[in-house]
Design a protein around this ligand. Sequence first.
Ligand code: SF4
Ligand code: SF4
Length: 453
Amino acid sequence: MAPRTKERQVKVPIIDKFPQWQKAEHFNQVYSEMQLALIEKYPKSREGDLLVPKNDLQEALRGLGDALDQRIIVPRMQMHPMWIGEGEQSDARPALTANSSKLLQEPERLKRIYTGEAPSPLTLHLTLTQVCNATCTRCCCANRAFNEVLLPDQAVKALTGFALLGTPEVEFTGGGEPTTARYFAFMVMLARALDYEKIGVITNGTLLDKLPPIWDNVNWTRVGIYNHELPFPNIEVLKDAGVNVSAGHIFGLSEDDAESQNFNIIGGHHDANRKISPEDKRPTMKTFLAMLDWIDEKAQIPVRIVPDAIRPREAVLRDTILVQEILDNRYQQRRVRISASGGDPNDVVEYAFVADTSNKIRQNDACYMAMFKPEVTTESILGAGKVVVCPCFAYAPENQFSHRKPEFKVCAVDDIVPYYEQGPKRRHQTCSVCQFAGQNGIIDAMLIPTSQE
Ligand code: SF4
Ligand code: SF4
């Protein structure tokens, strides 16, 4: 049967079985049957992928969640009850969080670490490709291997492996730009079929309206507004599909470039073909304020501003304070203006906020994030995949070209289930900047006995 319309096709790779996953026999069987049914019905592309209309794929994938009934780890946790406070509640600041206390919403997962049971990570960060269609000055992966991709069977093993461990969230992220990956649409559909409760996409937003219509399967998207040379993204396609949309911005000014340790500014990339970003293309205060205007006046979505952390710690702290002052002044002026014109100052929504994730002081080098927020990324140009400790170690200046460094490798993609079944492990990672310092500290405090009690 021919696909109905070209734009609704999804490329489906043909995947081998998962020989290492003895406990997932039922899953292997269901997956194989699903593929066989598709192979009989749909044509192949020149590259050997099946071309399946999106609506048919949704139906064909439906049985996969049931196959996970044999998952080896505890079922997913219930949502914790929400406490309602007393008094006036203001909605002038959007409620978004990525802070250390989020871990405290996961008592069952913490308990598994405490009791030594097989961990059930909270979020899989999945890097499908290192390829990107943009060149941002402050790219935090500026020195990666730009031509590497995950082969589809590696990505499928990552998605299914963590689903078997009871992981409820997946975030398609970089490395490169996830929406440029050939199987991006299929992987989103597969994640939905595997019952991931939250599916997120970090994207530069350039291809939002050029993809098959998969966005109604995505729960949230963070659009990176890192590059003022790109047009602002067409987020309407996300809003129309009911996706929870926010934006991200890396703050750094060209006048501060002398402090930078980013290869896009100082040069010396691993790949000699990469060039430093020309000075006249770098972000300025003017481009930063233009981004804020777009956020507040047009997009009206929260934007998380992260000071460029590939610089000395003092510079990061200084910019955290600077950006907060800019935002405080900006929104105060807006409140004064609206009051002067007879309006209600409480109507001013503070869409922009500063993330403090790069500023936390580490207590020690203990690192548990492979148990909570692992990333699956590329290991070689030939498409081998590996699990690494966390998605953020590239932010530490000394970790450039870090996705290749062996000290961050946890296990191969083929070994996800057997590795995690061995039980929780404390690692020692010396990253000078750790986005998860607060979360690592919470787990450390839970595990380390105090000497005076
Ligand atoms: S910041 Fe993101 S969009 Fe920009 S070059 Fe890096 S990977 Fe590409
Ligand atoms: S210590 Fe390094 S590897 Fe561990 S969570 Fe922090 S940044 Fe990631």
